[in-house]
Design a binder for this molecule. Sequence first.
Ligand SMILES: Cc1cc2nc3c(=O)[nH]c(=O)nc-3n(C[C@H](O)[C@H](O)[C@H](O)COP(=O)(O)O)c2cc1C
Length: 178
Amino acid sequence: MNLNCALIFGTDTGNTEEMAEKIADAFVQHGLSLELINVSDCSVEQIETFDFIIMGIPTWDFGGIQEDWEEFEQDILRCQLKEKTVALYGMGDQLGYGDYFVDAMGWLYERVAKSGARVIGAWPTEGYDFAASLAVNEDNSLFCGLAIDDDQQFDLTDERIERWVLQLLAELNEIEAA
Ligand SMILES: Cc1cc2nc3c(=O)[nH]c(=O)nc-3n(C[C@H](O)[C@H](O)[C@H](O)COP(=O)(O)O)c2cc1C
């Protein structure tokens, strides 16, 4: 696959960046390299140079948006994402914040979808235990991207990333073949 790929993350305490590195390592194993960019150093013009963009966001303070992503909101809405494919991952804690689990990923989904992106990488909610999330579909069966709970389910993180990356590669191949 000949795609220009990036992973843009925001983080307060480093977890989302750590996952970015794991996701990038998994892609490299399959021959695709991702440019890692902190959203606080990112511009609209830069985003528009990529074909495939993964975005990582943690949820803070009862459904709050990580602050660098929040500051970037107008830029996401300004981005021309119509020809782009986007995948999202969200970091959260389903036991500590089960009424707001990975809410910020749902916030980001709404905005990239509004900017015209094709969003891939929906992920089953099976295997998680939470009361509510703004990142799920109507029947609560799918998250809009990969939910990573490295606080409560760290033992599942590597396997989830591995499976999600394979899923993304399959979805990208399908798009390319269409
Ligand atoms: C004070 C505090 C508030 C949090 N609020 C939420 C929340 O509302 N929803 C959620 O799913 N996770 C919540 N979390 C969990 C974080 O999203 C999680 O620890 C994440 O991995 C942090 O990512 P970062 O290190 O990249 O900032 C919270 C954690 C703390 C310490």
